[in-house]
Design a protein around this ligand. Structure first.
Ligand code: HEC
Ligand code: HEC
Ligand code: HEC
Length: 455
């Protein structure tokens, strides 16, 4: 009897030792491999992490053989699908746009590496060489800081530049003549088919750059299908729209005028109306000799939108070293926001706007909410890739006190409700009343200044 047991133990040890080898043997070509990262700055790091992380963080990575054993199977597949939901490192390291991975992924990696939580302990127990060495950790953190430095504005001191969340720049250079034209167009109802709706109707600067409605009112009283995000600080959004279908502000500005539910116009119709306004047409030609067309109009609006930034929030002053700019409650809220993991997705200068993330990492938000809509599919609507189902661009939290109601479906009427939903569905946590109130106080300190005056 004893001998049988020992043979079993010996076999188990041999099996455990063989796992890393099997991982390599079983590995075939995959397009979501971390190590197929082509960015020279990220590739060495991706290759370093792949053997230790890809099993759970890159789709299509062959599983270790024991994954097919009865009990192991459910544990392993739970880890894998959860790992992918939390951080799809395979896709992230194969992004086409710089930086190599999103600022959100940088923040996620920084969090797990500095806390020493990855790979999970039960994985390390089976994969004897999978834990991160001190050299691995230093390489990851050094690369994170280097990437952040490359993204930061030059004037930012190094101690700030390497942080996950950074202040908004105090000024942005724009062509002021074009911006003035863009401002007029942004407020001009002639951009709509029946002269009733302007960009400002749905993105009112007096309402935090939104309309404070669950869904917007388009021409002829038509209702939109998704909550209108703010135009403030949109110049720094990595993509535009909840599903990221516009690459930049100029491309974005081409959407609403032709959208039948929003402004319902045609470019020829708009140009004809604007050309009839002789003084405006002459002024416009001084900057755009070609006159009014889809290209020049959207360009001018995009230039104007580059002036819609809101620096100098109390939070930014606090980050820059003015400790008294935040009350103790607000400082505690900021600390809690980081500790719980909110600042991973809500990273960068916008506290958002750097990545697409799954709405419902820790629970089926959509099943619980009910009333499904097409908009719920999120980024999938644009890419038709199943992996993008229910992924949304993380909204900015800048001026968030003013941009209610919240979420793409406007399901949260106030900040307390939004925080509770985030904690539950993104982090699997129940927020205490105290933490919720502190985080709310912190979020309210994110309201910035526009043209030198508090919003
Ligand atoms: C056995 C599967 C498994 C392996 C291997 C693994 N992870 Fe994870 N990872 C998970 C799971 C599950 C989560 C979800 C959070 C949790 O359960 O702690 C996660 C979460 C993460 C997150 C998101 C953290 C956040 O706060 O959003 C990052 C980043 C991450 N892992 C990085 C790594 C890195 C780097 C490695 C390799 C050194 C690694 N993981 C190895 C399963 C794994
Ligand atoms: C009828 C209301 C309405 C009008 C008019 C309108 N928008 Fe929007 N805007 C929205 C909605 C709703 C969205 C979100 C749509 C989506 O993500 O699918 C949006 C999204 C945006 C975004 C993306 C912000 C982000 O973070 O992704 C920008 C920028 C923007 N609009 C600017 C404009 C400009 C410029 C105009 C005028 C040319 C305009 N909008 C006209 C309702 C409107
Ligand atoms: C996994 C990434 C992720 C984490 C972690 C996360 N969020 Fe979010 N957050 C999102 C996404 C995605 C949305 C948009 C969801 C939607 O519209 O359906 C969002 C929306 C919000 C909004 C609404 C903003 C608006 O304008 O609509 C607030 C407020 C918010 N989050 C706060 C928090 C807080 C507080 C935490 C921590 C308790 C947190 N988030 C954690 C990804 C995340």
């Amino acid at each position: 009897m004893k001998r049988v047991m020992w043979i079993a133990v010996a076999l188990a040890v041999v099996a455990a030792l063989a796992i890393p080898v099997l991982n390599i043997v079983k590995g075939g070509p995959r397009n979501t491999q971390m190590s197929s990262c082509i960015d020279p700055k990220g590739a060495p790091l991706a290759a370093r992490l792949e053997p230790k992380c890809a099993n759970c963080h890159a789709d299509g990575t062959p599983l270790p053989f024991y994954a097919n054993w009865p009990i192991a199977h459910s544990l392993v597949s739970a880890d894998v699908s959860k790992g992918l939901r939390w951080a799809d490192l395979g896709r992230e390291f194969n992004r086409k746009d710089p930086p190599t991975v999103s600022e959100a992924t940088l923040a996620k990696l920084e969090r797990v590496v500095s806390q020493g939580t990855m790979p999970p302990a039960r994985f390390v127990a089976l994969h004897w060489n999978s834990s991160l060495s001190e050299a691995d950790k230093a390489a990851v953190l050094g690369w994170i800081h280097e990437t952040r430095r490359s993204l930061a504005q030059a004037s930012l001191p190094d101690s700030l530049a390497i942080m996950a969340v950074v202040p908004i720049p105090a000024s942005v250079e724009v062509d002021s003549a074009k911006a003035a034209l863009g401002e007029k167009l942004y407020n001009d109802r002639r951009l709509s088919g029946d002269d009733t709706v302007s960009c400002a109707s749905c993105h009112d600067l007096a309402k935090g750059g939104t309309d404070n409605l669950p869904v917007s009112d388009g021409i002829r009283g038509q209702k939109g299908g998704i909550n209108a995000p703010t135009t403030f600080n949109a110049l720094w959004q990595f993509k535009d729209f909840w599903d990221g279908r516009a690459a930049n502000l100029k491309e974005q500005a081409g959407g609403p005028p032709l959208n039948p539910v929003e402004m319902g116009a045609t470019w020829d119709g708009i140009a004809a109306k604007l050309n009839a306004d002789r003084p405006f047409a002459a002024e416009f030609k001084a900057s755009y000799p070609e006159g009014f067309n889809s290209d020049s109009i959207t360009d001018a609006i995009a230039v104007y939108e580059r002036t819609l930034y809101t620096p100098n929030s109390r939070f930014d002053r606090y980050l820059a070293g003015e400790k008294s700019a935040l009350s103790e409650k607000e400082q505690h809220g900021w600390a809690t926001f980081q500790e719980l993991g909110c600042a991973t997705c809500h990273a960068g200068k916008l506290l958002g706007g750097t990545s697409f993330e799954l709405m419902g990492r820790e629970g089926d938000y959509f099943a619980d909410r009910g009333r499904p809509t097409d908009a719920d599919f999120g980024r999938y609507n644009h890419t038709k890739n199943q992996a993008d189902r229910h992924f949304f661009k993380v909204p900015t939290l800048r001026n968030v006190a003013l941009t209610f109601p919240y979420f793409h479906d406007a399901s949260a009427r106030d900040l307390a409700a939004a925080e509770k939903t985030m904690a539950k569905y993104q982090l699997g946590l129940a927020l205490s009343d105290q933490d919720s109130a502190d985080i709310e106080a912190f979020l309210r300190s994110l309201t910035g200044e526009f043209h030198g005056k508090p919003l």
